[in-house]
Design a protein around this ligand. Structure first.
Ligand SMILES: [Zn+2]
Length: 914
């Protein structure tokens, strides 16, 4: 349940920005909002980026006979003018039958036989036999898809490129790649991609290297990446483990029995157990339709249990029906009872047949360790519960019923709405898990909703301190979209899945307080099981809950109370526009990969997959004054064009994909900003070309050879073929910068065990290195930039108690001095640097990703005079600020994630203090 951190390297924001979904205001929504006075449930909500409606309610149309799926398909076919859905592209993925007889048919969309990522369309039927009627229809179906479904890049190349999603080179080594096949990413014409799950094997970072990776099948570009929800170990290690099906086999010869076991506090409690043929007992509860079995890992490594149960794993055992003390101290008894409490809640209160809806076995593993230490966490691994044992600080994690309920609810989500674990849909996954986690705890333990601790999550886990201090989240924190939405990029908490969840769960918890708890639980469950679809955002989910409320028979006053709870948390259409910003937007809703902008002399260049992240990646240019529409510079040749640079007159960039020779590779282009054709500067197979720079007639870039791993600068002068800038053997270059005949980079090499780095300056005319500035030991150099006739760079001590400094030096290597001294009182790491002749702008890395992270912890930009002075905030925008580029004077452009999407924005001068 605790979130895991990753370095916020990825630029951009929510999945909505990647796919171009959900952020536009549906045309019908404004009308629907006005109509809320009359009816809190919207009758029609238009879809975003599709002609198919997001929601149609209040129908009472006779449906054809036959199976619900047949009737649903016939209804969509008979009303193609209304839904714009092609029934031939629908695959039925399941029919949910509610206790009141209502049926929900769930269709997945395909495009040319390829699944469309996250696209699900649902039809709700009431009445039986000849009286069968369609009551409502909704979900996401994308009508604009035209992308060809034949991949351009061979699968094996895509597979190799998918490994690039793991940034840590140690973790990438030995990583495994699971291939899920082709998928169409929706948005505009769509984008053909191949979906991989990449899992790293580096023990030091095991929890943060499992990623869902979508690689553009036409170009090889990483189109979409995000962390999987649960930590998984590599498939190679999992191969030795038996599949979880063994959990069912383990109970085959076991007789139901009752016994006692001590809980984690040492109290003896009655438990349902299983009696084995040899007369011994194990923690298997056979008294319910879904068998519950609890394993004691006895301190074994958690990695042994990811992907399956080890062949020699056994359920917690006892010679007689009264279980020994270790059953309590390990947390096994509490896990066993909490699994039963969760199953009871879903079964008796909501009519659900277990976690998977099909009475599949419910398995828990307690007392696991992580690299020798008790795992301080609990999670649903996709098939079973995993709990860490106790420490001096924490009780065994199975003690907390709300945590058990939260994690097992993730299992329910996987078998119902299948919410995508990124951005707002990921925050909905967390919100629903928190809601039911707490609902299960307070219901089964008889805690009233008025108890101030009812809204706390995980409050029982600490051995010392108050429950309020121990709780990881609270559903009564009162947060709203407009005031509190955290503008986290995809690399921070998967775009805020935990950080923004209480905005929505808070609204649901208010509903539970306003209605009676049983009605609220049925309402939220019905929305989850019958209305939500994988890519839904907060406003979609609001509408889903209201539609579920009408289906459940809530009266007008109750529906108003539900709508009021969402209103109170700012969950209504257009909320993003109400977040205040002090910057001017130049380009909105950029896609999230390879899009860092550049600017010079009042002109900017940036890469985006079309407006709203649609289509393949292309390079665009515009004027900072915003006097004309941005123009596309890159040819539309089926490749991804990104990584752009400009000197104010011309632009250069790199393209990735299949060249004219049919081979996958990269190519660098250059082109005047005002007219003229793009010309090829250089192309290469089996090399990664990046850090493209342009100045006057010169173009420079870094080449990285796949086979040798070497990285070196390449240079083209005045249209001439490129030449390599030679580096000493074993040296590598990064952070290339080019200006007025000078080229500079950060050069690094090994001295024994140490990596040494130094800012390096090179004269193009003289063809030689002018200077390599000495830096102190245990200091990392980054961000080399040329400005004001000097070289600037960042020095960051490896000692985390000392902050970064900004230094500059004269071209002859003399006069190196601080522009900004490293702080020892508030040490922060500078991750971005840009400069003009007048001003230096830099960005700090944000605070550590944590459960209590705020907007103030996300990266922000600061500026000071080139001659030195006191830094001022560039902008008071509250979300993450990334990839700054100085234009001229004090003017800065950057990527801003404040509103949960990525915009290219500008300010003329610093805002000062915020
Ligand atoms: Zn969770």
């Amino acid at each position: 349940m605790h979130q895991r951190s990753r370095s916020p390297k990825l630029l951009g924001a929510a999945i909505a920005a990647v796919l171009g979904l959900g952020l536009g205001v549906p045309p019908a929504a404004a009308g629907a909002a006005r109509a809320a006075d009359a009816d809190p449930v919207p009758g029609l909500v238009a879809g975003s980026d599709t002609a198919a409606p997001q929601l149609v309610t209040g129908l009472a149309e006779p449906a054809a006979g036959g199976t619900p799926a047949d009737a649903a398909r016939a209804h969509l076919a008979a009303h193609r003018d209304r839904y714009r859905v092609d029934p031939a592209q629908l695959v039925e993925t399941g029919t949910e039958r509610a206790a009141d007889g209502r049926r929900t048919v769930r269709f997945a969309q395909q495009h040319g036989g390829v699944p469309v990522f996250g696209a699900a369309y649902l039809v709700h039927l009431v009445g039986e036999g000849g009286g069968q009627r369609v009551e409502s229809v909704g979900g996401k179906y994308f009508t604009g898809l035209t992308v060809p479904t034949v991949p351009g890049v061979p699968d094996e190349v895509l597979r190799r490129l998918a490994l690039g999603a793991i940034e840590d080179p140690t973790a990438r080594e030995g990583a495994t790649v699971e291939d899920h096949g082709p998928v169409v990413l929706p948005g505009g014409a769509g984008r053909l991609a191949r979906h991989f799950t990449v899992r790293g094997t580096d023990p030091a970072v095991w929890a943060s290297t499992a990623r869902e990776v979508f690689v553009d099948a036409a170009t090889g570009q990483l189109a979409l990446t995000y962390d999987v929800r649960a930590p998984y170990r590599a498939a190679a290690a999992a191969a030795s483990a038996a599949p979880d099906g063994r959990a069912a086999a383990a109970t085959a010869a076991v007789e139901p029995a009752t016994g006692t076991a001590p809980d984690a506090l040492g109290r003896s409690v009655p438990v349902n157990v299983g009696r084995l043929p040899d007369g011994s007992y194990q923690l298997t509860d056979l008294a319910r339709p879904a068998a519950i079995t609890t394993y004691d890992a006895a301190g074994r490594e958690v990695l042994d249990f990811n992907g399956g149960l080890p062949a020699d794993a056994r359920p917690a055992a006892s010679a007689g029906p009264d279980f020994p003390a270790s059953t309590g101290t390990s947390g096994a008894t509490d896990a066993h009872l909490n699994a039963a409490a969760v199953d009871d809640f879903y079964r008796t209160r909501l009519g659900r047949a277990g976690i998977d809806g099909d009475n599949g076995p419910i398995t828990s593993v307690v007392n696991v360790t992580s690299f020798g230490e008790p795992l301080q966490n609990a999670y649903w691994d996709g098939r079973k519960m995993i709990y860490g044992g106790g420490t001096g600080t924490y009780r065994p994690f199975s003690v907390a019923r709300d945590v058990a309920g939260h994690e097992m609810t993730h299992g329910v989500v996987e078998h119902t709405a299948q919410l995508v674990y990124l951005g707002q849909s990921g925050a909905l996954d967390e919100a629903v898990a928190d809601y039911f986690g707490n609902a299960i705890e307070v219901t089964s333990r008889g805690i009233p909703m008025t108890d101030p601790r009812a809204a706390l999550l995980g409050e029982d886990l600490c051995r010392t301190g108050t429950p309020e201090a121990c709780a990881v989240r609270r559903l009564d924190d009162g947060r709203t979209t407009v005031a509190d939405f955290i503008g986290a990029p995809a690399g921070v908490d998967n775009g805020g899945v935990h950080l923004n969840s209480t905005i929505f769960s808070g609204a649901l918890w208010d509903v539970r307080r306003a209605l009676d708890p049983l009605t609220a639980d049925r309402l939220v469950y019905r929305a989850l099981a019958e209305y939500l679809t994988p890519l839904d955002d907060f406003v979609d989910a609001r509408n889903a809950v209201l539609a579920a409320g009408r289906a459940l028979g809530l009266d007008r006053a109750q529906l108003r109370a539900v709508a009021g709870a969402f209103d109170a948390h700012g969950i209504k259409s257009g909320w993003q526009r109400r977040i205040g910003v002090d910057s001017r937007s130049l380009l909105s809703e950029l896609s999230t990969e390879s899009i860092a902008p550049d600017a010079a002399a009042g002109r900017w260049v940036a890469a985006t997959a079309g407006k709203g992240g649609r289509g393949s990646l292309g390079v665009y240019a515009g004027s900072v004054a915003g006097s004309a529409e941005p123009v596309r510079l890159s040819p539309d040749d089926g490749r991804s064009h990104g990584w752009p640079a400009t000197d104010g007159t011309s632009a250069a960039w790199a393209a990735m994909g299949q060249g004219a020779n049919g081979q996958w590779g990269m190519e660098v282009f250059a082109r005047p900003l005002d007219g003229g054709a793009a010309r090829s500067v250089h192309s290469a197979a089996n090399q990664y070309l990046g850090d493209v720079r342009i100045s006057g007639g010169d173009v420079a870039f870094l080449a990285n050879d796949f086979s040798t791993g070497r990285t070196w600068p390449q240079l083209s002068r005045a249209g001439a073929p490129v030449t390599a800038v030679p580096l000493p053997e074993g040296h590598a270059a990064a952070d290339l910068t080019l200006k007025d005949g000078l080229l500079a980079w950060t050069e690094s090499w090994q001295v024994g065990e140490r990596t040494v780095s130094a800012p390096t300056l090179y004269s193009i005319a003289e063809g030689r290195t002018l200077a390599q500035y000495p830096v102190p030991d245990a200091t990392r150099v980054s961000g080399t930039r040329l400005a004001g006739g000097r070289l600037l760079w960042v020095e960051t001590p490896t000692d985390p108690t000392r902050g970064s400094s900004i230094r500059s030096g004269a071209p002859d290597g003399s006069g190196a001095a601080d522009v900004l001294s490293g702080s020892t009182t508030a040490p922060r790491r500078i991750t971005a640097l840009t400069a003009t002749d007048r001003a230096v702008t830099f960005g700090y890395a944000g605070g550590r990703v944590s459960d209590t992270m705020k907007n103030t912890d996300l990266p922000k930009l600061w500026q000071l005079p080139l001659a030195g002075g006191t830094p001022e905030r560039v902008s008071c925008n509250r979300g993450g600020q990334y990839a700054p580029v100085a234009d001229r004077g004090t003017r800065v452009l950057w990527l801003d994630a404040t509103a949960g999407r990525t915009d290219l924005v500008v300010r003329e001068r610093p805002a000062g203090t915020c």
